[in-house]
Design a protein around this ligand. Structure first.
Ligand code: GLN
Ligand code: ZN
Length: 763
């Protein structure tokens, strides 16, 4: 029988239990002891389930209270002094790094956060400086291994490898690079190896996902150096070098020549791995963990395709050295289809979430070993389901398909040019210098969440619901006027999530009840599923935005989510190419833009928070595989508006040096984006590239409850003014405020507005 493995399992809980417990702990409603005990219960559930499903290589240490990258920093003692100085206990220090810490005497910002490769997961970026002393600082990986042993389950502990750790950390030291910390970090990994050796672990999974990105000759040399050294100290515990999210073309030859016991490769996102095996062979002394069950999508595995891949691999490696694996951690998919009791069977049969993927592993293993698998009932059923989806016309909209096939270049080109229309807009809007605004959402109180829930469960009528939302909008408009903001928003109270909300109002999407996926820390998202063709059958936001505008003479910024973000934060179908799906969504959002404009809305923000999300990991594929259609999809949405209608967009990351030209090329009039968490490095990038679009780099970080002072914001603005065109600068927070409380939001915005007003006087 085949041995099965998973790279990692979701940890947030099928009902988001862990999220709720951690948040209760933050609020002082759960003690540390209770939290630790509950965490142990959930780990037990996950291990037991995997054992029950026949997984042999069950991961441990894939659990985390916040983020496994942060766990690794903590484990290696990469803890900046600013957190250590707080004098908190271990868990307190850990959470201070995760989300910042503020009390009467202290004010520590959270560590920066970054997108985890091409996923919607975010990891905390460790800060390495000269005062960093690498040493073993936590017992977590060992304790979890022993804990599982106590339950009769021998796990495969999982660690972020030293190379990826250093490469993804921020080196806070002028001249040093990650290379300068190799000698510091390796002894700690050696010690970890030794300890697992003493604990008699069989296998250790060392994750080095950075290997699927473009590596320089120096990187490769360093990688080799590190592992030669580390593996020379290896004892009985075997080492599985695990990669995911792509292929390892730059290092495959090196990997097979190093003393690893097993290699884990992704054959879903890294089809080129197949060629590498064929071309360079695979050594007889190693085991191959083949990632064939997609850890990132929710669709049923295509057994025939997968079996073809497996067969191909078996051409180079005996079957008993092949372990069937997930392509990456199942962290990126929801728990189980079983919890979707509201979803009709005809849809559900097409899906496989984490738990079902365990079944797929088992079934694939069975088929892989069968001569006549084509006659196997499981195989036949799988074939039938996939074929059904492909051929069912129920979800085709011929009108949408026709519209897309008749698009021409002019549908993607806004007229007149930016330079001309921005003048018209300035006249029409008559805003002060340094106009202040927000990104869209305002704090979502439990009352609002309760209201939406009631409405969803038909506890209240549509009229009652609308009435209450409008009441909230009224209050918010008053509040914003009182604070003195220049461009107001309606607050997005009707939206549970910026993507889900649009999905719910567009044909072609499906919704789940419990399909939550961790995005960062305790934050989860529930991506909608793009099941069929997308079409807007009715106006979505127009009512509320129009209502908001009726309450004020200040401009209301209509708030929409862009096509690329809707696509990237959904689970897209697999039977239509992404480009086509993006254009379908773009046409739907465009209809919304045109309706808002017709109602007299002068500013429309089309959020593209997730534009970067699906950027291929290797730069040379960026344009051809992605940007060529992603930018066009955005342009399609707004190309037809009048010159004086101002189009804003928003992006949730600060790193866009590498795609800055393309972002300018989206041809929006104003763009706001995250900046505060990355030392405002964006300013230099904008400056150096003569960025044309007007900009609002976030002046404070909304991911933490910390309230920025007025002077602090003024200082930040001064830095911006120093390098950017004053006339093109907007003043706004980093991102939407929905996850914040009113207690911190109001003073923060007051300080922001006060800072802008002060500066206007001074300039
Ligand atoms: N308009 C959205 C909001 O304010 C944008 C959110 C985002 O960028 N993630 O919530
Ligand atoms: Zn954002």
């Amino acid at each position: 029988m085949q041995l099965l493995s998973t790279v990692g399992y979701p940890r947030i809980g099928a009902q988001r239990e862990l999220k709720k417990w951690v948040e209760s702990y933050f609020n002082g409603k759960l003690s540390k002891e209770e939290l630790l005990q509950k965490a142990a219960e959930i780990r037990k559930q996950h291990w037991s389930l995997q054992a029950e499903k026949g997984v042999y290589f069950i991961p441990s240490n894939d659990f985390s209270f916040y983020d496994t990258f942060l766990d690794t920093a903590f484990l290696l003692n990469v803890i900046p002094d600013s957190y250590r100085r707080l004098g908190l206990d271990d868990l307190g220090t850990y959470f201070a790094m995760a989300k910042g810490y503020q009390d009467a005497q202290n004010d520590a910002k959270a560590l920066p956060m970054k997108k985890w490769f091409n996923t919607n997961y975010h990891y905390m970026v460790p800060m390495i400086s000269d005062s960093t002393k690498f040493m073993l600082n936590s017992r977590k990986p060992f304790a979890e291994y022993v804990e599982a042993l106590g339950l009769g389950i021998k796990t495969k502990p999982v660690l972020i490898g030293p190379f990826t750790f250093l490469k993804l950390s921020k080196i806070n030291h002028g001249t040093k690079t990650y290379r300068d910390y190799i000698e510091d970090i390796l002894p700690v990994y050696e010690q970890i190896l030794n300890e697992f050796n003493e604990l008699k672990a069989d296998y250790l999974q060392v994750d080095e996902p950075i290997l699927v990105t473009d590596l320089t000759a120096e990187d490769i040399e360093i990688f080799q150096f590190m592992y030669k050294k580390l593996l020379s100290k290896k004892k009985n515990v075997k080492i599985l070098l695990q990669t995911y999210f792509g292929d390892v073309r730059d290092v495959y030859e090196k990997l097979i020549s190093l003393d690893f016991d097993a290699l884990g490769l992704d054959f879903v996102e890294g089809p080129r791995n197949l060629e590498l095996i064929k071309q360079y062979g695979f050594p007889k002394d190693k085991v191959l963990f083949v990632g064939v069950v997609n850890g990132k999508n929710i669709w049923k595995n295509h057994y025939s395709d997968t079996l073809k891949k497996l067969d191909f691999i078996a051409g180079s490696i005996e079957k008993n050295r092949i372990v069937l694996n997930t392509s990456c951690s199942l962290l990126h998919v929801p728990y189980t289809v079983k919890n979707e009791t509201q979803l009709a069977e005809k849809y559900k049969i097409h899906f496989a979430f984490a738990e079902e993927k365990l079944d797929e592993l088992m079934e694939l293993a069975e088929l892989f070993h069968e001569q006549a698998f084509e006659q196997n009932e499981r195989y036949i059923r799988n074939q039938r389901i996939i074929k059904e989806k492909l051929e069912n016309k129920e979800y085709w909209y011929e009108d949408v398909r026709k519209e897309i096939s008749s698009l021409t270049e002019s549908d993607f080109q806004r007229m007149p040019s930016f330079a001309e229309r921005i003048k018209l807009q300035k006249n029409a809007l008559n805003l002060p210098l340094l106009p202040t605004t927000t990104i869209g959402s305002f704090p979502q109180t439990s009352e609002i969440r309760e209201l939406r829930k009631q409405y969803k469960n038909q506890g209240i009528s549509h009229e009652q619901y609308q009435e209450t939302i409008k009441q909230k909008i009224t209050e918010l408009i008053q509040l914003q006027e009182k604070i003195g903001l220049d461009v107001l928003v309606h607050g997005e109270f009707e939206r549970n999530d910026m993507v889900e909300y649009f999905g719910e109002n567009l044909a072609g999407f499906l919704f789940t009840r419990n399909a939550w996926v961790q995005s960062y820390g305790t934050r989860c998202v529930k991506p909608p599923i793009i099941f069929g063709d997308v079409r807007r059958n009715k106006a979505i936001t127009v009512d509320y935005i129009d209502y908001a505008q009726s309450l004020t003479s200040k401009p209301i910024k209509g708030m929409l989510t862009g096509p690329v973000t809707i696509l990237n934060w959904s689970f897209p179908r697999e039977d239509l190419c992404l480009e086509n799906i993006a254009y379908q969504i773009a046409l739907a959002i465009k209809a919304e833009v045109m309706d808002l404009e017709a109602k007299g809305i002068k500013i429309i923000q089309i959020d593209e928070a997730a534009l970067r999300e699906k950027l291929p990991l290797r730069k040379k594929d960026w344009y051809d595989e992605y940007l060529c259609w992603a930018i066009k999809a955005f342009r399609l949405v707004h190309a037809s508006v009048k010159p004086h209608t101002q189009i804003h967009t928003h992006m949730c990351y600060s790193e866009f040096e590498d795609i800055i030209k393309e972002i300018d090329d989206m041809d929006a009039d104003v763009i706001t984006f995250e900046a505060a968490r990355s030392d405002l490095s964006i300013i230099d990038v904008l400056n150096a590239n003569h960025f044309r679009t007007e900009v609002g780099p976030g002046v404070y970080d909304i991911h933490s409850p910390r309230v920025p002072g007025k002077e602090e914001i003024e200082e930040i603005l001064m830095k911006m003014i120093h390098k950017l065109d004053l006339k093109k600068l907007w003043v706004n927070p980093d991102c939407g405020l929905k996850t914040r409380g009113m207690e911190e939001t109001v003073p923060s915005l007051q300080h922001m507005v006060a800072a802008a007003k002060d500066l206007r006087k001074k300039l």
